[in-house]
Design a binder for this molecule. Structure first.
Ligand code: CP
Ligand code: NVA
Length: 308
């Protein structure tokens, strides 16, 4: 049994094998209907709890669908409906859920909740986003890059905007998959120094460049995300918009990257804030492939967690 808690906590070999498996499963499905079962039903008889303390479209639907395609069943639980945070410890919740279900996916606020759940659960726990990281998203993103452009090793990925949870998982992936990473954004919104140091310690180049036009020179992939994340107070909205406006991904910035550079966004996007409609809907954009690949990548993550 394996937990999938973060990209840097899973070995590089396992990450690579998960992506190979994801690709094989995607191809094997071909163009059958979304609700049609996979040929292989590795999750038959298994129950998976999907816990959401924050809203979700992609994570919720892709995990639920993925489990069903593989023959399992899901229980979608909202944090508000559970006893989480109402006095019962996370450890006790983990012990109880482990008696009922075969695997737990959780989207929560504090990373400590995820870690405590994983420490005390006797079934695999998957990180479906915390305030600090979003590993499942980045598995889908690496899969998407490689489907379009081949191996990501040695490529230059540029993140423009807020150094948030999705940016953190990209930094973890830089170290594990061997690509170089440039962050461009305002200093107060830099990614955590520990994430930068971890990637550098794994031998990849991590650059912080305040000028977005300089940052994107030679970029193979340009990525951004919302300027206000779910855990950010709405009272910071105006300040964040003012700090980040200069980091919008628009035609001018995209044109300063390599001609065949891709554009990614985990979604949901705030069109005309962090990215323009022209880029979102333009020829560089692979945002809906990323969304689709959440399904395939997470199916492979779940099988790895269960050793199936
Ligand atoms: N990208 C992503 O995780 O989307 P949701 O918040 O809709 O799950
Ligand atoms: N950074 C965003 C990602 C949403 C998928 C958030 O945490 O709200």
């Amino acid at each position: 049994m394996n937990h999938f808690l973060d990209i840097h906590k899973t070995s590089a070999d396992d990450l690579r094998n998960i992506l190979i498996h994801a690709r094989e499963m995607k191809i094997a499905r071909g163009d059958r209907a979304k609700g049609a079962p996979d040929d292989s039903q590795p999750l038959a008889g298994k129950m998976v709890a999907l816990i959401f303390e924050k809203p979700s479209t992609r994570t919720r639907v892709s995990f639920d669908l993925g489990v069903r395609q593989m023959g399992g069943q899901t229980m979608v639980l909202s944090g508000a409906e559970m006893q989480l945070g109402h006095g019962e410890t996370i450890a006790d919740t983990a012990r109880v859920l482990s008696r009922y279900v075969d695997m737990i996916m959780i989207r929560t606020y504090e990373e400590a909740v995820l870690l405590e759940l994983a420490e005390h659960a006797t079934v695999p726990v998957i990180n479906g986003l915390t305030n600090r990281t979003h590993p499942c998203q980045i598995m889908a993103d690496i899969m998407t890059y490689e489907e379009h452009r081949g191996p990501i090793r040695g490529r230059k990925v540029v993140w423009s905007g807020d150094g948030n949870n999705v940016c953190a998982s990209f930094l973890h992936a830089a170290g594990q998959f061997g690509f170089n990473f440039t962050f461009t954004g305002p200093e107060p919104l830099d990614p955590e120094a520990v994430f930068v140091a971890q990637a550098r310690a794994q031998g990849v180049e991590v650059t912080i460049e305040r000028d977005p036009m300089l940052a994107v020179a030679g970029a193979d992939l340009l990525v951004t995300d919302t300027w206000v994340s779910m855990h950010d107070s709405q009272s910071t909205r105006e300040r964040r918009h003012n700090q980040l406006r200069g980091y919008q991904v628009n035609d001018r910035l995209m044109a300063a990257a390599k001609p065949d550079a891709l554009f990614m966004h985990c979604l949901p996007a705030h069109r005309e804030d962090e990215v323009t409609n022209a880029v979102m809907d333009g020829p560089h954009s692979v945002v809906f492939d990323e969304a689709e690949n959440r399904l395939h990548a997470q199916k492979a993550v779940m099988r790895w967690c269960l050793g199936l």
